[in-house]
Design a protein around this ligand. Structure first.
Ligand code: KIV
Ligand code: ZN
Length: 507
């Protein structure tokens, strides 16, 4: 009989980071890993160490610094990948090597150009090699749900014989339905594990048909005791199973699933926000558990019911997932009110940072009637990012009109200096013109890969968060900023990304 503990394996930093346009720095990955440890997930897949030097550094930094969860690295079934994965995770108190190899006909023939015999041999050798390094080895037959089940199961049996301790069944392309997936997992549970209770069966589902969470949960009844997911469901294409939805489903419907998780659910919303902010991927308003409307009641009947008794329309307590109460500040709020709001959000600033953040807050409050918690967080983030920059944009002015080429003039200061220099650019629109001026200010050859504007709050005077991803000399860098003015916010986000590019070049 499988036990009643469900292992949460979070792959936000590996599969999640593979989503298009996400470019996390090693420090941003570390910040997310620390937050995942606070959320008390059991395993953090910190990256794919062999993918690049940056990935290797990101994984090894997390392995050294994040305590609590097992730290895993992905590895192809190649000797160098496995060696590199171990090198990256070996400093963690508990570490895992996650080896994968494709087992479906289409992957073996078209992608790997390997015969099933060669695939089987590579699995045996890889798991054996990984086991020489650690006794915690996971094996995944990639594209398992489109594989010949007999061959896929034979590969998993071989992996277990070589010492794999977790067998993960990926629905790599999101093809399975709950019924198929349960049937397959039942076979894996019966034929691969047999009598062994020291091996765990795991799920890894993609969301191409919107079934990732349903498929993962259905597998619990087939004996799966590990679920892999990513915060906010980010990942390749339509993404992965949402870690937070799994946690809350098994907590809320323990009567149905009969398993529990170690997670500290109150850290769910802070984790979701951090991931959204650092990846630049907005959370859909009506997203289960973490969407901004997840606990909002609009109709009079619903509001009336909830006021009488929250449980009339809420199956989860918002406080249990860390959805905090609203804080609202305005232009009359002083330093004390501002400081009090920051401490309620758990934000501690040094005197100088506090003064700069307060100045920025006053600047925004002059243009906006109310500033809520989300906007306040956004202001603090921006100040923080700005103080880290090596070139600061002190002001900008734009001009344009229906028949005039838009131009933008930016004034910048380099480092701690006080010499203000001015650059003018032009373009197809005011944002484009501002980017052109800033490219001149930084003297860099820049390609804009991604540009997104996301409203932080609703309303005509709402603040918007701007995310940009740029490519400079082959590497990508992200920048973010918030402002009530999209052009100004775009300029600051671009400056942040270019400063990162500069420090990568200098460093
Ligand atoms: O989706 C997938 O198959 C994967 C594997 C590498 C586990 O992400
Ligand atoms: Zn995947």
């Amino acid at each position: 009989m499988p036990h009643d503990k469900l292992i949460i394996f979070d792959t936000t930093l590996r599969d999640g980071e593979q989503a298009p346009g996400i470019a996390l720095t090693p420090d941003e990955k570390l910040a997310i890993a620390r937050q995942l440890a606070k959320l008390r997930v059991d395993v953090i897949e910190a990256g794919f160490a062999a993918a690049s030097d940056g990935d290797f550094y990101g994984v090894s930094q997390i392995a050294r610094k994040v305590k609590g969860p097992v730290i895993a690295s992905l590895a192809r079934s190649l000797p160098d990948d496995i060696d590199r994965a171990y090198d990256a995770v070996r400093h963690a108190d508990r570490h895992r090597i996650h080896v994968f190899q494709s087992t479906s006909p289409i992957h073996m023939e078209r992608m790997l150009r390997m015969t099933p015999e060669e695939v089987m041999k590579s699995i045996v050798e890889s798991v054996r090699r990984a086991r020489r390094y650690t006794d915690d080895v996971e094996f995944s037959p990639q594209d398992a749900t489109r594989s010949d089940p007999d061959f896929m199961i034979a590969c998993c049996q071989a992996a277990v014989r070589e010492g794999a301790t977790t067998i993960n069944i990926p629905d790599t392309v999101g093809f399975a339905t709950p019924d198929d997936y349960v049937e397959l997992l039942r076979r894996v549970y019966g034929e691969v594990l047999g009598e062994r209770d020291d091996v765990i069966v795991s799920t890894h589902c993609h969301n191409d048909l919107g079934l990732a969470v349903a498929n993962s949960l259905s597998a619990i009844h087939a004996g799966a005791r590990q679920i892999e997911g990513a915060i906010n469901g980010i990942g390749e294409r339509a993404g992965n199973t949402s870690t937070e939805e799994i946690i809350m489903a098994v907590r809320t419907r323990r009567d149905h699933f009969g398993v529990d998780v170690a997670a500290n659910t109150e850290e769910i919303v802070p984790t979701s926000r951090l991931v959204s902010r650092l990846t630049g991927y907005p959370v859909q308003f009506n997203k289960a558990v973490v969407g901004r409307n997840a606990f909002a009641h609009e109709s009079g009947i619903h509001q009336h019911g909830v006021l009488r008794d929250r449980e009339t329309y809420e199956i989860m307590d918002p406080i249990s997932v860390g959805a905090t109460s609203q804080i609202v500040l305005g232009k009359h709020s002083g330093r004390a009110g501002f400081g009090d709001a920051l401490s309620k959000l758990g934000i501690v600033l040094e005197d100088e940072q506090f003064a700069a953040a307060f100045r920025r807050f006053k600047d925004v409050a002059d243009r906006k009637i109310e500033i809520n918690e989300r906007e306040l967080r956004a202001i603090i983030r921006q100040e923080h990012a700005r103080s880290e920059g090596t070139i600061r944009m002190v002001s900008m002015s734009v001009s344009g009109g229906s028949h005039v080429t838009p131009t933008s003039t930016v004034r910048v200061v380099r480092g701690d200096g006080d010499e203000v220099r001015e650059f003018t650019g032009s373009g197809g629109g005011m944002v484009d013109a501002t980017f052109d001026a800033l490219k001149k200010a930084f003297g860099l050859d820049v390609k804009l890969l991604d540009y997104r504007v996301v409203p932080v709050t609703a309303g005509a005077d709402a603040m918007a968060e701007v995310n940009v991803v740029v490519q400079v000399g082959g590497s990508t860098h992200g920048g973010r900023a918030v402002s009530t003015d999209v052009v100004e916010g775009s300029g600051h986000a671009f400056v942040e990304a270019l400063n990162r590019a500069l420090s990568a070049i200098d460093g």
